[in-house]
Design a protein around this ligand. Structure first.
Ligand code: AZC
Length: 832
């Protein structure tokens, strides 16, 4: 009985700022009041940290006011809402963002000035909320920003990690991981909600009971129960009308469960139980694009899904009692990758075991509630859990998974009678030596919609990853191309460019990004070109100062600022970039007059702590950097900078200063990429492969305004089918051979020959799995083309302007509008 929801357009809308606001005098007064009565200090004693807290508290007053209004409005209207389940939310800092969304940035700046304080210094005090690894976590953050901006009822659900992604230090060129303590001195934004604590069962056994009329009843007797404590982070939409929440669960031991142990004198044991329960939300697994495969990780996943479902059901029951028939009309749950896929059997458990619905009714509800986003095709990232492990931790869920699978395989039998190969392929259970549960298959089977994150990626999901599912359920697999929030990634991080754009085309673009296209008509205008490039120059000077401050390296701001920022992974090919840098170095040594514009290669990247080769690549970049930066024969032409501890707040400083954006993954490997969008939006020109969203960026900006190189997806497939042998290229390309052999010497690591050999080996004896050598020549040529384009000043200015102008498609508002239209079927709810 799906009720047709009245739909209102969620497309481009002009956002008016809400009236709830402060004058300069108000804000001054509020800050000082918090300095006195929240922080117990005063204007003379306060340091920047105290000013940051007081300013945040002053803002939080407005935020909470709008939050209450929003929640009341949503409740009164009994709105359908999306529940975005994600193990990661990479929020970064919130103060500047919240000020911009309330249109109070300038006012606050002026107010603080009168108090003798610099807002810029205050903003630097805020630790990043780094509760995510990379693209997947940052996408979740951009999406909840857009949801609030577009006044869509939504809640983000995740884990309140005590330690987010590790802090990276570089010692003698190598990455060292240090704990990240983002909450050490308190977080001014989060609100604890003890009234909504949930309990989560774990371990134990399942009892089978036979009720009246032979109904089989299952009862799970857990061996342990942990508490989930919710912390709410308000998410302010642009214009500050809607304030949604991000609800993050912290684990705690449930007191009564340990009480017996405690009473019987087992004080130490009781404390141990404590630690175990609290361990669940202790740390974020620092893996990006690899499954963790650890018991604790599975417990983390179940923990936040179970808490969130209970929370959703409590809210639903408040409005609808025990009438489950409207559940899937009110609730849609988006699974951000398979990390929350265990929510599917958990909802079935609640409906069948607790609500006592029959299986078909329960499955009918369940399979209309979930939708799943796939973020990667890399086999090492596709989650599989040992049956044995799920059995131990979630004994009831494994039974339910088997039942889902059994019924699903009946369907497969109908479609492909007698085809056991097909069954083995589609089964949720993988019958390997150790039986495994395939979370991807479970997610597809349990969801009503499945999407990839860029056109090419979604096509590959259909054709290579889940082709049989596409045949079985045509139309279930779809595409929603990723996007980024232009509020954080242009308006807030690049004030100079924002101001220039505002002067040219008005101030509506942050909530209607396609308007940027109006800049296209000025792309050839000399004055505008000069203004645009002057802004870039200023941003480069600011980054140069930051580089000097962080690393001691001086860089020439007239040089090309060439930036590669993203997690360190072989498929992203930072090592291809490095090979090219080394080749340039060699060319300059061989011919001091080698014709190139000065260029600064800037990297930012964290490697998963257990990913040895990724750490070796960081080491190699740093060692090559040391040598080049200190070699007077070349350091007026090339510099190499590795900025430590890449994170959201550092990205905000780097992106506005980029001339060139490196997006050089092996075709077919980068699902979408989102850094590519952020850099182009800020006027960087992309050098990239036809992979992920690069393809759609190229479509938007046109072939003249991007440097595309390398093999296509089809060419990559052809080459690996034919058999790829990197030695062929090694022996045929002299320059490349010399560069690779250089890695074996002690040229970059004096006294330590072989310290960089693992890199060379990976690209030769290791088979060069990501085909760096195959793409090298083409990459080198694209770099030459880029170099000469840069020297043609008007041409480059035009390219840069058009990159900014043509990024309208990549606002996360458009992504969210696509989700709403194709998957979520939500209606905006105006909050007045
Ligand atoms: C990333 C993809 O690698 C990236 O291409 C994409 O832009 C981003 O998701 C958002 O969709 N994937 C991950 O981060 N995946 C995991 C498992 O960490």
């Amino acid at each position: 009985s799906s009720k047709a929801t009245p739909r209102k357009s969620v497309k481009a809308q002009t956002i008016n700022t809400s009236e709830a606001s402060y004058s300069k005098a108000d804000i001054k007064q509020a800050i000082v009041r918090h300095l006195h009565s929240t922080l117990g200090t005063d204007e003379n004693k306060a340091d920047n940290h105290a000013w940051w807290k007081a300013t945040s508290a002053a803002m939080q007053e407005l935020v909470l006011e709008r939050l209450r209004t929003t929640q009341k409005t949503h409740y009164m209207n009994d709105t359908r809402a999306v529940h975005y389940f994600s193990a990661e939310f990479l929020m970064g800092r919130l103060l500047s963002n919240n000020m911009h969304n309330f249109n109070l940035f300038e006012t606050a700046d002026a107010a603080l000035k009168e108090l003798g304080v610099e807002l810029a210094d205050v903003l630097e005090e805020e630790p990043d909320m780094a509760l995510g690894n990379g693209g997947l976590g940052r996408l979740a953050a951009c999406f909840i920003d857009s949801l609030a901006t577009m006044e869509l009822p939504a809640i983000g659900y995740g884990i309140h990690y005590e330690h987010g992604l590790f802090r990276q230090e570089i010692k003698n060129g190598a990455q060292i991981e240090r704990p990240d303590s983002w909450r050490d001195y308190g977080n001014p934004w989060e609100i604890c909600r003890p009234e909504s604590i949930q309990e989560v069962p774990l371990f134990g056994y399942v009892e089978t009971k036979y009720g009246e009329n032979g109904r089989v009843q299952k009862e799970w007797h857990p061996g342990n129960i942990v508490k989930g404590v919710p912390w709410d982070i308000p998410i302010v939409g642009y214009g500050a009308k809607t304030v949604n929440v991000l609800r993050l669960w912290q684990s705690e031991s449930s007191d009564y469960f340990n009480w017996d142990v405690f009473n019987s004198g087992g004080y130490v044991d009781a404390q141990r139980e404590n630690i175990q329960a609290e361990t669940i939300s202790k740390v974020l697994y620092p893996n990006d694009e690899t499954e963790a495969g650890k018991e604790l990780r599975l417990i983390q996943q179940y923990f936040f899904c179970a808490c969130s479902l209970k929370d959703i059901i409590r809210r639903y029951k408040r409005a609808h009692g025990d009438d489950w028939s409207r559940f899937s009309e009110q609730v849609v749950i988006q699974l951000n990758d398979t990390h929350p896929a265990i929510a599917i059997p958990e909802l079935m458990r609640i409906l069948v075991d607790r609500a006592e619905l029959d299986w078909d009714t329960a499955w009918g509800i369940c399979s209309k509630t979930f939708a799943y986003t796939n973020h990667t095709l890399l086999p090492e990232a596709l989650e599989r859990w040992p049956v044995r492990m799920i059995e131990k931790i979630l004994p009831r869920h494994i039974e339910i998974i088997y039942e889902i699978n059994h019924r699903f395989l009946t369907l497969v039998e109908k479609k492909w009678p007698g085809d056991n190969v097909m069954k083995a392929k589609l089964s949720i259970i993988e019958e390997s030596t150790e039986k495994m549960v395939r979370m991807g298959n479970l997610s597809v089977i349990g969801s009503f919609a499945v999407n990839g994150v860029a056109e090419i990626h979604s096509k590959l999901v259909k054709e290579n990853l889940f082709p049989e599912f596409e045949e079985l359920w045509p139309g279930k697999l779809t595409n929603v191309t990723n996007g980024i929030t232009p509020r954080r990634w242009l308006k807030a991080c690049n004030p100079l460019l924002s101001e220039l754009i505002g002067k040219k085309i008005g101030d509506d673009w942050p909530s209607d990004l396609p308007r940027l296209d109006k800049l296209s008509e000025f792309a050839d205008n000399k004055t505008f070109q000069n203004q645009f490039m002057k802004v870039k120059q200023k941003n480069k000077e600011a980054l140069a100062a930051e580089i000097k401050h962080q690393t001691g390296i001086s860089v020439d701001t007239k040089a090309i600022f060439d930036i590669q920022i993203k997690r360190l992974h072989e498929y992203k090919r930072q090592h291809l970039n490095l090979l090219h840098i080394m080749a340039l170095y060699r060319r300059l040594l061989e011919n001091p007059d080698y014709d190139m514009h000065p260029r600064v290669f800037i990297f930012g990247a964290k490697a998963a702590p257990g990913y040895t080769l990724a750490k070796d690549i960081i080491f190699a970049i740093n060692k090559v950097a040391d040598k080049i930066n200190n070699d007077p024969r070349v350091n007026h032409k090339i510099k190499v900078v590795f900025l430590p501890n890449y994170r959201v707040s550092l990205a905000e400083k780097m992106i506005p200063a980029a001339d060139v954006s490196q997006q050089i993954s092996t075709a077919g490997k980068e699902a979408s990429g989102t850094g590519n969008m952020k850099l182009a939006l800020n006027g960087a020109v992309t050098i990239g492969t036809l992979d992920g969203a690069n393809i759609e960026i190229a479509e938007e900006v046109g072939d003249d305004n991007i440097f595309i190189f390398g093999m296509t997806v089809d060419e990559v497939t052809k080459l690996s089918t034919k058999g790829y042998n990197p030695y062929d290229i090694y022996y045929q390309n002299k320059e490349l051979k010399a560069v690779l052999d250089w890695l074996d010497s002690d040229y970059f690591t004096p006294g330590q020959p072989g310290a960089l050999s693992s890199l060379k080996n990976s690209m030769l004896s290791g088979g060069d799995p990501y085909m760096c050598l195959a793409d090298f020549e083409s990459y080198s040529e694209a770099n030459k083309a880029l170099d000469s384009a840069y020297r043609d000043k008007p041409r480059w200015a035009k390219m840069a302007i058009l990159n900014t102008a043509k990024m309208g498609k990549f606002t996360s508002d458009r992504s969210i509008a696509d989700y709403v239209e194709r998957i979520w079927k939500l209606t905006p709810c105006e909050v007045n």
